[in-house]
Design a protein around this ligand. Structure first.
Ligand SMILES: [Zn+2]
Length: 337
Protein backbone atom coordinates (compact mmCIF):
# COMPACT_ATOMS: atom_id res chain seq x y z
CA UNK A 1 0.00 0.00 0.00
CA UNK A 2 2.92 2.41 -0.56
CA UNK A 3 4.24 3.22 -4.07
CA UNK A 4 0.93 2.56 -5.76
CA UNK A 5 -0.66 5.53 -4.06
CA UNK A 6 1.52 7.88 -6.11
CA UNK A 7 0.02 6.91 -9.46
CA UNK A 8 -3.34 6.94 -7.77
CA UNK A 9 -2.72 10.58 -6.81
CA UNK A 10 -1.62 11.54 -10.32
CA UNK A 11 -4.72 9.99 -11.77
CA UNK A 12 -6.80 12.13 -9.43
CA UNK A 13 -5.06 15.28 -10.67
CA UNK A 14 -5.81 14.48 -14.31
CA UNK A 15 -9.46 14.05 -13.28
CA UNK A 16 -10.08 10.75 -14.99
CA UNK A 17 -13.57 9.34 -14.66
CA UNK A 18 -14.27 7.32 -11.47
CA UNK A 19 -14.27 3.97 -13.25
CA UNK A 20 -10.74 4.56 -14.55
CA UNK A 21 -9.59 5.07 -11.00
CA UNK A 22 -11.05 1.73 -10.04
CA UNK A 23 -9.38 -0.03 -12.93
CA UNK A 24 -5.90 1.26 -12.15
CA UNK A 25 -6.15 0.62 -8.41
CA UNK A 26 -3.41 -1.49 -6.84
CA UNK A 27 -4.22 -5.05 -5.82
CA UNK A 28 -6.82 -5.17 -3.11
CA UNK A 29 -5.84 -5.51 0.52
CA UNK A 30 -6.76 -9.18 0.22
CA UNK A 31 -3.66 -9.86 -1.85
CA UNK A 32 -0.42 -10.78 -0.19
CA UNK A 33 2.16 -8.04 -0.73
CA UNK A 34 4.66 -8.69 2.08
CA UNK A 35 5.71 -12.06 3.44
CA UNK A 36 7.94 -12.65 6.47
CA UNK A 37 9.76 -15.97 6.69
CA UNK A 38 10.79 -16.61 10.28
CA UNK A 39 13.25 -19.11 11.76
CA UNK A 40 14.62 -19.50 15.25
CA UNK A 41 11.43 -18.69 17.09
CA UNK A 42 12.70 -21.70 19.00
CA UNK A 43 16.47 -21.34 19.28
CA UNK A 44 17.29 -25.06 19.07
CA UNK A 45 15.30 -25.83 15.92
CA UNK A 46 18.18 -25.53 13.48
CA UNK A 47 16.34 -26.38 10.27
CA UNK A 48 14.38 -23.12 10.21
CA UNK A 49 17.40 -21.10 11.35
CA UNK A 50 19.67 -22.42 8.60
CA UNK A 51 16.90 -22.24 6.01
CA UNK A 52 16.50 -18.52 6.72
CA UNK A 53 20.27 -17.96 6.58
CA UNK A 54 20.59 -19.98 3.36
CA UNK A 55 17.80 -18.07 1.63
CA UNK A 56 19.28 -14.74 2.72
CA UNK A 57 22.86 -15.55 1.73
CA UNK A 58 21.88 -16.94 -1.66
CA UNK A 59 19.12 -14.41 -2.28
CA UNK A 60 16.69 -17.18 -3.11
CA UNK A 61 13.82 -14.78 -2.45
CA UNK A 62 14.69 -13.14 -5.81
CA UNK A 63 13.00 -16.14 -7.39
CA UNK A 64 9.70 -14.70 -6.13
CA UNK A 65 9.76 -11.14 -7.49
CA UNK A 66 5.98 -10.69 -7.43
CA UNK A 67 5.84 -9.87 -3.72
CA UNK A 68 8.19 -8.80 -0.94
CA UNK A 69 9.90 -11.42 1.21
CA UNK A 70 11.76 -10.55 4.37
CA UNK A 71 13.48 -12.80 6.87
CA UNK A 72 13.74 -12.85 10.62
CA UNK A 73 15.74 -14.94 13.06
CA UNK A 74 13.35 -14.42 15.92
CA UNK A 75 15.13 -15.38 19.14
CA UNK A 76 18.83 -14.60 18.59
CA UNK A 77 19.83 -15.10 22.23
CA UNK A 78 18.20 -18.53 22.36
CA UNK A 79 19.79 -19.44 19.00
CA UNK A 80 23.20 -18.52 20.44
CA UNK A 81 22.58 -20.73 23.46
CA UNK A 82 21.04 -23.53 21.37
CA UNK A 83 17.98 -23.47 23.62
CA UNK A 84 14.28 -23.41 22.81
CA UNK A 85 13.94 -20.24 24.88
CA UNK A 86 15.68 -18.51 27.76
CA UNK A 87 12.87 -17.51 30.13
CA UNK A 88 9.58 -18.13 28.37
CA UNK A 89 8.50 -19.90 25.19
CA UNK A 90 8.54 -17.07 22.62
CA UNK A 91 5.87 -18.79 20.55
CA UNK A 92 3.42 -18.40 23.44
CA UNK A 93 3.93 -14.63 23.85
CA UNK A 94 1.83 -13.10 21.08
CA UNK A 95 -1.65 -12.81 22.57
CA UNK A 96 -2.86 -9.27 22.04
CA UNK A 97 -3.52 -8.99 25.77
CA UNK A 98 0.06 -10.07 26.60
CA UNK A 99 1.61 -7.76 24.00
CA UNK A 100 -0.20 -4.86 25.64
CA UNK A 101 0.56 -5.93 29.21
CA UNK A 102 3.40 -3.79 30.62
CA UNK A 103 3.91 -6.31 33.44
CA UNK A 104 5.03 -8.95 30.95
CA UNK A 105 8.71 -8.15 30.85
CA UNK A 106 10.84 -11.27 30.86
CA UNK A 107 13.27 -11.66 27.95
CA UNK A 108 10.90 -13.36 25.54
CA UNK A 109 7.93 -11.20 26.50
CA UNK A 110 9.97 -8.07 25.74
CA UNK A 111 11.26 -9.66 22.52
CA UNK A 112 7.70 -10.49 21.47
CA UNK A 113 6.76 -6.83 21.82
CA UNK A 114 9.75 -5.84 19.64
CA UNK A 115 8.89 -8.39 16.96
CA UNK A 116 5.28 -7.19 17.07
CA UNK A 117 6.50 -3.68 16.31
CA UNK A 118 8.80 -4.95 13.57
CA UNK A 119 6.33 -7.13 11.67
CA UNK A 120 2.98 -5.98 12.99
CA UNK A 121 1.52 -4.55 15.03
CA UNK A 122 -1.02 -7.32 15.48
CA UNK A 123 -4.40 -6.10 14.28
CA UNK A 124 -2.89 -3.59 11.85
CA UNK A 125 0.05 -5.52 10.52
CA UNK A 126 2.64 -4.20 8.08
CA UNK A 127 3.39 -7.76 6.95
CA UNK A 128 0.54 -9.65 5.30
CA UNK A 129 1.68 -13.22 5.81
CA UNK A 130 4.09 -14.88 8.25
CA UNK A 131 5.59 -18.31 7.61
CA UNK A 132 7.20 -19.57 10.82
CA UNK A 133 9.57 -22.52 10.43
CA UNK A 134 9.72 -25.11 13.20
CA UNK A 135 10.72 -28.72 13.74
CA UNK A 136 9.41 -31.46 15.98
CA UNK A 137 11.20 -34.38 17.58
CA UNK A 138 8.03 -36.39 16.97
CA UNK A 139 7.16 -38.00 13.65
CA UNK A 140 4.81 -35.18 12.67
CA UNK A 141 5.93 -35.28 8.99
CA UNK A 142 5.36 -32.03 7.06
CA UNK A 143 2.93 -30.60 9.57
CA UNK A 144 1.17 -27.43 8.46
CA UNK A 145 -0.33 -25.73 11.49
CA UNK A 146 -3.31 -23.48 10.86
CA UNK A 147 -4.60 -20.96 13.36
CA UNK A 148 -7.10 -19.29 11.02
CA UNK A 149 -9.65 -21.17 8.96
CA UNK A 150 -10.51 -18.88 6.08
CA UNK A 151 -10.28 -19.23 2.32
CA UNK A 152 -6.58 -18.36 2.11
CA UNK A 153 -5.48 -20.79 4.79
CA UNK A 154 -7.73 -23.70 3.87
CA UNK A 155 -6.80 -23.45 0.20
CA UNK A 156 -3.11 -23.07 1.00
CA UNK A 157 -3.34 -26.21 3.12
CA UNK A 158 -5.19 -28.07 0.35
CA UNK A 159 -2.60 -26.93 -2.17
CA UNK A 160 0.33 -28.12 -0.03
CA UNK A 161 -1.43 -31.42 0.55
CA UNK A 162 -1.93 -31.90 -3.18
CA UNK A 163 1.65 -30.93 -4.06
CA UNK A 164 3.68 -32.67 -1.36
CA UNK A 165 3.63 -36.32 -0.31
CA UNK A 166 3.57 -36.24 3.48
CA UNK A 167 1.64 -33.12 4.46
CA UNK A 168 -0.67 -33.30 7.46
CA UNK A 169 -2.79 -30.30 8.33
CA UNK A 170 -3.34 -29.62 12.00
CA UNK A 171 -5.34 -26.90 13.63
CA UNK A 172 -5.24 -25.09 16.90
CA UNK A 173 -8.29 -23.02 16.09
CA UNK A 174 -10.48 -24.84 18.57
CA UNK A 175 -8.23 -23.81 21.41
CA UNK A 176 -8.09 -19.99 21.43
CA UNK A 177 -9.40 -16.84 19.75
CA UNK A 178 -6.49 -14.47 20.44
CA UNK A 179 -3.67 -16.79 19.44
CA UNK A 180 -0.28 -16.78 21.15
CA UNK A 181 1.83 -17.85 18.14
CA UNK A 182 4.28 -15.45 16.48
CA UNK A 183 2.58 -16.02 13.11
CA UNK A 184 -0.66 -14.59 14.57
CA UNK A 185 0.81 -11.06 14.31
CA UNK A 186 -0.21 -10.94 10.63
CA UNK A 187 -3.70 -11.60 9.29
CA UNK A 188 -2.27 -14.58 7.44
CA UNK A 189 0.14 -16.97 9.11
CA UNK A 190 1.16 -20.59 9.26
CA UNK A 191 3.67 -22.77 11.04
CA UNK A 192 5.60 -25.30 8.95
CA UNK A 193 6.76 -27.85 11.50
CA UNK A 194 8.61 -30.88 10.18
CA UNK A 195 9.70 -33.95 12.11
CA UNK A 196 11.11 -36.17 13.38
CA UNK A 197 14.43 -34.51 14.01
CA UNK A 198 16.41 -34.01 17.21
CA UNK A 199 16.78 -30.51 18.60
CA UNK A 200 20.11 -28.80 17.97
CA UNK A 201 21.00 -30.67 14.79
CA UNK A 202 20.25 -30.77 11.09
CA UNK A 203 18.77 -33.68 9.17
CA UNK A 204 19.00 -33.57 5.38
CA UNK A 205 15.57 -35.06 4.77
CA UNK A 206 13.85 -32.71 7.22
CA UNK A 207 15.75 -29.73 5.78
CA UNK A 208 14.64 -30.64 2.27
CA UNK A 209 11.01 -31.15 3.30
CA UNK A 210 10.98 -27.79 5.08
CA UNK A 211 12.43 -25.98 2.09
CA UNK A 212 10.03 -27.69 -0.28
CA UNK A 213 7.06 -26.71 1.90
CA UNK A 214 8.35 -23.12 2.02
CA UNK A 215 8.76 -22.98 -1.76
CA UNK A 216 5.32 -24.44 -2.37
CA UNK A 217 3.84 -21.93 0.08
CA UNK A 218 5.43 -19.02 -1.81
CA UNK A 219 4.28 -20.57 -5.09
CA UNK A 220 0.74 -20.61 -3.66
CA UNK A 221 0.97 -16.92 -2.76
CA UNK A 222 1.64 -16.14 -6.43
CA UNK A 223 -1.27 -18.25 -7.63
CA UNK A 224 -3.54 -16.75 -4.97
CA UNK A 225 -2.55 -13.19 -5.87
CA UNK A 226 -3.09 -13.87 -9.57
CA UNK A 227 -6.39 -15.63 -8.97
CA UNK A 228 -5.09 -18.71 -10.79
CA UNK A 229 -5.39 -21.41 -8.11
CA UNK A 230 -5.82 -24.92 -9.47
CA UNK A 231 -8.82 -27.10 -8.64
CA UNK A 232 -8.28 -28.18 -5.03
CA UNK A 233 -11.15 -30.60 -4.49
CA UNK A 234 -14.19 -30.32 -2.25
CA UNK A 235 -12.90 -31.16 1.20
CA UNK A 236 -9.85 -30.81 3.38
CA UNK A 237 -9.13 -33.01 6.36
CA UNK A 238 -7.69 -31.13 9.32
CA UNK A 239 -6.50 -32.81 12.51
CA UNK A 240 -8.01 -30.63 15.22
CA UNK A 241 -6.46 -30.59 18.68
CA UNK A 242 -8.74 -30.87 21.66
CA UNK A 243 -6.60 -32.05 24.57
CA UNK A 244 -3.18 -33.11 25.90
CA UNK A 245 -2.00 -36.10 27.88
CA UNK A 246 0.48 -35.51 30.68
CA UNK A 247 3.07 -38.01 31.88
CA UNK A 248 2.15 -39.99 34.98
CA UNK A 249 4.04 -38.58 37.97
CA UNK A 250 4.93 -39.91 41.43
CA UNK A 251 4.40 -38.29 44.81
CA UNK A 252 7.43 -36.04 44.18
CA UNK A 253 5.70 -34.91 40.97
CA UNK A 254 8.43 -36.51 38.92
CA UNK A 255 7.73 -38.40 35.70
CA UNK A 256 7.46 -42.12 36.48
CA UNK A 257 6.61 -43.66 33.10
CA UNK A 258 7.72 -43.46 29.48
CA UNK A 259 5.44 -43.07 26.50
CA UNK A 260 4.54 -46.61 25.45
CA UNK A 261 7.12 -47.85 22.92
CA UNK A 262 4.34 -48.89 20.52
CA UNK A 263 3.18 -45.28 20.23
CA UNK A 264 6.61 -43.82 19.46
CA UNK A 265 6.80 -42.83 15.80
CA UNK A 266 3.07 -43.42 15.39
CA UNK A 267 1.86 -39.86 15.37
CA UNK A 268 -1.68 -39.44 14.02
CA UNK A 269 -2.58 -43.03 14.91
CA UNK A 270 -5.83 -43.74 16.71
CA UNK A 271 -6.11 -44.68 20.37
CA UNK A 272 -9.20 -46.00 22.15
CA UNK A 273 -10.01 -47.01 25.70
CA UNK A 274 -7.59 -49.84 26.55
CA UNK A 275 -4.74 -48.78 24.21
CA UNK A 276 -1.41 -48.96 26.10
CA UNK A 277 -0.11 -45.40 26.16
CA UNK A 278 2.55 -45.41 28.88
CA UNK A 279 4.93 -47.95 30.40
CA UNK A 280 5.75 -47.27 34.02
CA UNK A 281 9.31 -47.58 35.30
CA UNK A 282 8.49 -51.06 36.65
CA UNK A 283 7.57 -52.14 33.11
CA UNK A 284 3.79 -52.20 33.55
CA UNK A 285 1.56 -50.91 30.76
CA UNK A 286 -0.72 -47.99 31.55
CA UNK A 287 -3.86 -48.01 29.43
CA UNK A 288 -5.74 -45.11 27.90
CA UNK A 289 -9.14 -44.48 29.41
CA UNK A 290 -10.64 -41.66 27.35
CA UNK A 291 -12.76 -41.38 24.21
CA UNK A 292 -11.35 -42.29 20.80
CA UNK A 293 -8.62 -39.90 19.73
CA UNK A 294 -5.58 -39.56 17.52
CA UNK A 295 -2.16 -38.86 18.99
CA UNK A 296 0.30 -36.16 17.89
CA UNK A 297 3.57 -34.73 19.20
CA UNK A 298 4.15 -38.16 20.73
CA UNK A 299 7.04 -37.89 23.20
CA UNK A 300 7.91 -34.41 21.88
CA UNK A 301 11.15 -33.35 23.59
CA UNK A 302 10.10 -29.69 23.66
CA UNK A 303 7.09 -30.47 25.84
CA UNK A 304 8.93 -32.21 28.68
CA UNK A 305 9.20 -28.83 30.45
CA UNK A 306 5.44 -29.06 30.94
CA UNK A 307 5.38 -32.87 31.31
CA UNK A 308 3.17 -33.16 28.24
CA UNK A 309 3.52 -36.66 26.76
CA UNK A 310 1.38 -36.18 23.65
CA UNK A 311 -1.45 -34.12 22.22
CA UNK A 312 -4.85 -35.44 21.22
CA UNK A 313 -6.64 -34.53 18.03
CA UNK A 314 -9.32 -35.86 15.72
CA UNK A 315 -9.91 -35.37 12.02
CA UNK A 316 -12.39 -32.74 10.99
CA UNK A 317 -13.31 -32.21 7.35
CA UNK A 318 -13.73 -28.70 6.04
CA UNK A 319 -15.66 -27.80 2.93
CA UNK A 320 -13.48 -25.82 0.53
CA UNK A 321 -16.66 -24.18 -0.78
CA UNK A 322 -18.39 -23.02 2.40
CA UNK A 323 -15.09 -22.98 4.38
CA UNK A 324 -17.02 -24.53 7.28
CA UNK A 325 -16.51 -27.89 9.00
CA UNK A 326 -18.70 -30.58 7.49
CA UNK A 327 -21.08 -32.13 10.00
CA UNK A 328 -19.22 -34.35 12.42
CA UNK A 329 -21.47 -37.37 11.75
CA UNK A 330 -20.39 -37.43 8.13
CA UNK A 331 -16.75 -36.87 9.10
CA UNK A 332 -16.63 -39.68 11.62
CA UNK A 333 -18.45 -42.12 9.31
CA UNK A 334 -15.87 -41.38 6.65
CA UNK A 335 -13.03 -41.96 9.06
CA UNK A 336 -14.15 -45.52 9.75
CA UNK A 337 -12.89 -46.57 6.32
ZN1 LIG B 1 9.29 -24.83 17.45
Amino acid sequence: MSEGNMSYGKLSETKLPENKLTETKRPSAEKVGAVAVVGGTHGNELTGIFTVKHWQKNQLFLQYPEFQIEFLLANQAAIKDNKRYLEHDLNRCFKQSDLQDSDKKNREQVLAKQINQQLGPKGDSRVDFIVDLHTSTAKMQTNIVLITMDEFHLKLAAYLKSELPDVVITSETQLMDDHHFLCSIAPKGIVIEVGPTPQGSLDGIIFEKTNLALRKTLEFVNLYNQGTLPELGEELEVMSYFSKLYFPTDSAEEICATVHPELIGNDYSKISAGTPIFKDFFGEDILYEGADAHVAFVNEAAYYDQKIAMCLCNPLSYSLTTLQPLDSEKSSAKNEH
